[in-house]
Design a protein around this ligand. Structure first.
Ligand code: GLN
Length: 272
């Protein structure tokens, strides 16, 4: 906590407001708490004025009611992703075998560790070494191993057909829309965490194609998605043999899709 007089505090808040920070008072308070002296505080405020995301300066983001550590470049958990957590929790029974892909900071696994009944959180996976290191710190206390690699690649083969929940906030921003993201995301977050290729569905298509092989009968894939992508991705999921459902939360501005592997069809195909 940096020592600041009321006048200095007001001056800092005014500077942040001029730089475009809508919640300037709140941000001032958080930066004052985070800095261990006047010089450190001045440096943090300079970086914030230059546009660096508040979460990287603090080293944490608030997600589903708790503080999650975030390192520079690692995707900052968004409040809208609470819908992904709620949708996953709604379709998942007790003692479920759970894997999170594209885990970033591991925020979703952490939230699920509190929301699910006796979950077996088998692993969280990310391609980006910075995300893997960050998630390892966030998930150590809830006992979730974090693996480095692309989607299902780093998982042991004997998990195939046994997962009750595969949850992912994969990148889904269409490449052309990357330029329209807020500068904080565009300039400071890893593009790989956001850019979903020409129509935003490049990673989600690969995920949908591979998921049926890893899900247990009746198991669910649950993903966040852009509202404009719902119709196309519903078709992708159906063609992969999954049964999709759309979940929306207008207050959060969020859309998610849950898709389950039908329990009966796989068996019947071989019996007939
Ligand atoms: N910018 C989007 C968001 O804030 C993108 C998230 C993503 O690609 N997973 O939710």
């Amino acid at each position: 906590m940096a020592p600041v007089s009321p006048a200095e505090y007001d001056a800092l808040a005014a500077r942040l407001r001029r730089a475009g920070c809508v919640w300037a008072e709140d941000e001032t308070q958080l930066l004052v708490e985070a800095a261990d002296g006047a010089e450190a505080l001045a440096a943090l405020v300079d970086r914030r004025v230059a546009g660096e995301p508040l979460e990287y300066l603090l080293g944490w983001a608030e997600f589903c009611g708790e503080r999650i550590g975030v390192d520079p470049g690692v995707f900052v958990p968004r409040s809208r992703t609470a819908l992904l957590v709620a949708a996953a929790a709604r379709v998942t029974g007790p003692a479920a075998a759970v894997v999170e892909l594209c885990c970033g900071s591991g925020a979703v696994s952490r939230a699920l560790s509190r929301r699910l009944a006796a979950p077996r959180l088998l692993a969280a996976v990310d391609l980006d070494p910075a995300a893997v290191a960050c998630a390892r710190r966030n998930l150590a206390t809830v006992g979730v191993p974090v693996l480095a690699g692309d989607l299902f690649d780093p998982l042991p083969a004997n998990w195939r057909g046994g997962l009750d929940l595969v949850v992912a906030n994969a990148p889904y921003v269409p490449t052309a829309a990357m330029a329209l993201l807020p500068p904080e995301a565009r300039r400071y977050e890893s593009a790989a965490a956001l850019d979903g290729g020409p129509d935003g569905l490049a990673v989600l298509r690969r995920l949908a194609a591979a998921a049926p092989g890893w899900l247990a009968p009746g198991g669910h894939l649950v993903v966040e998605i852009g509202e404009a992508q719902v119709d196309e991705f519903r078709t992708v999921l159906s063609e992969a043999g999954l049964v999709p459902t759309v979940v929306r939360d207008d207050a959060l501005g969020a859309t998610a899709m849950t898709a389950h592997r039908p329990a009966a069809v796989a068996g019947r195909r071989y019996e007939n």
